[in-house]
Design a protein. Structure first.
Lengths: 655, 100
């Protein structure tokens, strides 16, 4: 990557990528400082910052559209010993695409929040956190070294916590925030150690991603260290991107305001894990092959169990949350397919961001209208909210994989590739999940928008600040898939690739299978949910339904098996260690200090004071003796004088 | 021509008499007079060496000593008078304030 920088004559707009990240960061401080005094309560700052960033991101993407090469630049931050820490940017096609995704979704969400969060008591704070979050995610995207990436990564974790708990007055919300924070932290610890592993594997020479990539490819890092690094880094991705078994936080994160769900828990933060895997892909590819097998196994488990869970949720946001988990697993599965899958997985990341943000914002619009998250209190909304309805349908279609919407292209690419690369299990699971996906989306659409209205009051279409972003995202969700369409040359694969650009794995046969699968799911959904039933038809599944309804009892297992025992034992252990070890150390130091001070005291009294008093006493006594010489009798003085002179005369004359 | 050693012996005796007077006499005026004896013993020495070495510097020096001695006696007697006025005595034993 460094050589590439030297080879490029024109960097285009890429050298300014850091400004995209800095703008929302500045906006954050300005909103915190002055937001409340501004007419828009700080919203204009956030929107202008991310809007400008969006324009710049497009310019940066243009650099790669026109065939530009990756660039990298950095400034020194500080040095510890021989280890130099930089703060810099590495801009390649993936970075450019992610910049566009993050700024687009953030812009849409911030405009949307104008309407959705109107009148909220912490409106300005909300916007400041959105800006900080956006800045952190952009920092992750442009980071050229692992520590800078980690900073953004952790700041996002905090913002996620703050925004999930935005309405902390209700305990369930703050509990969810804590759960999300701690669960993702569980993944962050291996991530941190993964960074340590990789940096130490380079001999503490560098933490630059490009250089580590290069060393991994040249075989300068042993396979053992690469494997360890890859596994640990993937631990971070499991936490952040909500993969099994740490996926449990994401559905609960829906306690946050819906725009937050759209921004953080669909389009960007959860994408950071996948993005990070893509960024550090060389480590995964060159590690022991079982790493990628493990990755694909985790992805396969996650995508299926999450999709099954999405079938039985009544809360519309939880349907989307589980769907997010499932779709993230698609991306991870794509990445696990090797170099060809790199493009496919990240393409799905790209398209998913748009249609999932759209779906979340659409569900927010519905929730805003009916004041409930539960689909059992919705129904028939297509007549009341036509714009929301149509945009939601587009999003749902994209998610279900209906051509020519975005999700079709990216998901089909992964599924086809899985088969062509010989990962038949992944292919089968992905196909099955695709059917389930189509099923639960048709269920969600039918329960929400069709039939008779079952809720309270009279729902109305949302204001323009809400429908505007919906329409914009719907257009994106419908169209962004084409940049990966092989019939149009699949330019996406020319921007984002690992190794060398791969031809898009597309065949009409597989596309047909995918479409059939999706239609199958849709038809099944229609058969079961076209007519509203008080009792969910899936309850016919009996024990299986109970299993799904209880989320495989995973939360219970975590709570009873891990949290509770750890909670009490940990607090007991902490208490014990506090009292015995820490207090012991403190007391030991206190005793030591006392003993030492006693010694010092004696030394002070005897030696120092003794010296001082001794000098004084000596002076006094010698003065007492000498004072007899000082009689005041001038003649005696004169006698001494003469004796002295005589003595001197004697000395001078004799010697 | 008197030989120098005789003169030196004479001045030494004179000086010793002065020293004795300074150390032994109680009367401040006599102490001053004894100092004059010592100074003049020095003068005798200076003049004798000036004559013996044919160098007038010694005589010039002796003249300076005479002038200084005059000034010294002037100041010394003034001090003695002031002491007498203050303390009704010129006994140096009783003027012993210069002590602890």
């Amino acid at each position: 990557m460094v050589e590439a920088t030297e080879a490029v004559s024109g960097q285009g707009a890429t050298s300014l990528a850091w400004i995209v990240a800095v703008l929302p960061f500045i906006a954050f401080f300005l909103i915190v400082g002055f937001g409340k005094k501004l007419p828009g309560k700080g919203t204009e700052l956030g929107i202008v910052a991310v809007g400008a960033g969006w324009v710049m991101s497009l310019a940066i993407l243009w650099h790669f559209v026109t065939g530009g090469a990756p660039t990298e630049s950095a400034v020194g931050w500080f040095e510890v010993g021989g280890f130099r820490l930089e703060i810099g940017q590495a801009v390649d096609g993936l970075t450019a695409v992610m910049l566009v995704v993050v700024t687009s979704v953030s812009l849409a969400v911030q405009v949307y929040s104008l309407g959705y969060m109107h009148g909220d008591s912490r409106f300005t704070w909300f916007y400041s956190m959105l800006s900080l979050f956006t800045a952190a995610m952009l920092n992750v995207v442009i980071a050229n070294n692992l520590f800078q990436l980690l900073i953004g990564w952790e700041v996002m974790g905090f913002c996620s916590y703050a925004l999930i708990g935005h309405w902390w007055e209700e305990k369930v919300n703050s509990d969810s925030a804590i759960k999300a924070f701690i669960t993702t932290r569980t993944g962050d610890i291996p991530f941190l150690f993964g960074i340590f592993a990789l940096v130490s594997a380079t001999g503490f020479a560098t933490n630059n991603i490009g250089e580590i990539t290069e060393m991994a490819e040249n075989g300068d890092i042993s396979t053992f260290w690469l494997t360890a690094g890859a596994l640990l880094l993937f631990g971070g991705a499991i936490g952040k991107s909500a993969q099994f078994p740490l996926h449990v936080w994401l559905p609960d994160a829906m306690a946050g305001p819906t725009p937050v769900s759209a921004l953080i828990h669909a389009a960007t933060m959860v994408a950071a894990g996948v993005y990070m895997v893509g960024r550090m892909y060389a480590v995964f590819v060159h590690a022991d092959p079982f790493v990628l097998v493990l990755v694909s196994a985790i992805a396969g488990i996650t995508m299926l169990i999450a999709a099954l869970l999405a079938m039985v949720q009544d809360d519309i946001k939880r349907v989307l949350a589980y769907s997010t988990v499932s779709q993230l697993a698609y991306m991870v599965a794509g990445l696990s397919l090797g170099e060809a899958g790199y493009t496919a997985g990240l393409f799905h990341l790209f398209t998913h961001a748009f249609f999932k943000a759209l779906l979340f914002l659409g569900s927010g619009s519905v929730i805003h209208a009916v004041h409930s998250n539960n689909m059992s209190e919705m129904g028939g909304l297509r007549r009341h909210m036509p714009i929301t309805f149509w945009t939601f349908v587009i999003g749902a279609g994209a998610l279900a994989g209906i051509p020519p919407l975005a999700g079709f292209w990216s998901k089909d690419e992964i599924i086809t590739l899985a088969f062509k690369e010989g990962h038949y299990v992944v292919w089968a699971v992905a196909m099955g999940t695709a059917v389930v996906t189509a099923f639960y989306m048709s269920r969600a659409v039918l329960l929400t928008f069709f039939g008779e209205y079952r809720g309270q009051g009279h729902p109305h279409e949302a204001p323009a600040t809400i429908t505007g972003p919906l329409v914009a995202l719907a257009v994106a969700a419908a169209s962004v898939g084409f940049i990966g369409a092989p019939q149009l040359g699949a330019p996406f694969g020319d921007w984002v690739f690992f190794g060398e650009a791969h031809a898009e794995p597309f065949s009409y046969g597989f596309a047909a299978i995918s479409i059939v699968g999706a239609v199958l799911g849709l038809v099944a959904g229609y058969r079961l949910y076209a007519r509203w039933r008080e009792r969910d038809p899936l309850r016919a599944l009996g024990p299986a339904y109970a299993l799904l309804e209880n989320k495989y009892f995973l939360d219970d297992i975590y709570l009873r098996g891990i949290v509770r025992p750890i909670q009490y034992r940990l607090s007991a252990a902490v208490d014990w260690s506090n009292r015995v070890i820490l207090d012991g150390i403190v007391h030991a130091f206190a005793y030591l200090a006392r003993g030492l001070s006693a010694v010092v005291h004696v030394f002070d009294q005897r030696a120092v004071d003794g010296a001082v008093n001794g000098v004084a006493q000596l002076t006094g006594e010698s003065g007492g003796l000498l004072r007899y010489l000082q009689s005041g009798n001038v003649q005696r003085y004169a006698a001494f004088l003469f004796i002295g002179v005589a003595a001197l005369a004697f000395v001078f004359t004799r010697f | 021509m008197i030989r120098i050693p005789f003169v030196l012996v004479f001045s030494a005796v004179l000086f010793s008499a002065g020293v004795y007077g300074v150390l032994a006499r109680r009367n401040a005026v006599l102490v001053l007079m004894s100092i004059e004896l010592m100074l003049n013993a020095v003068n005798v020495n200076l003049v004798a060496f000036a004559q013996g070495m044919q160098d007038l510097v010694g005589q010039v020096f002796a003249l300076f000593v005479v002038a200084v001695a005059a000034a010294e006696v002037g100041i010394g007697l003034a001090i003695v008078i002031l002491i007498y006025r203050n303390r009704e005595t010129i006994n140096v034993d009783e003027v012993s304030l210069l002590k602890w």
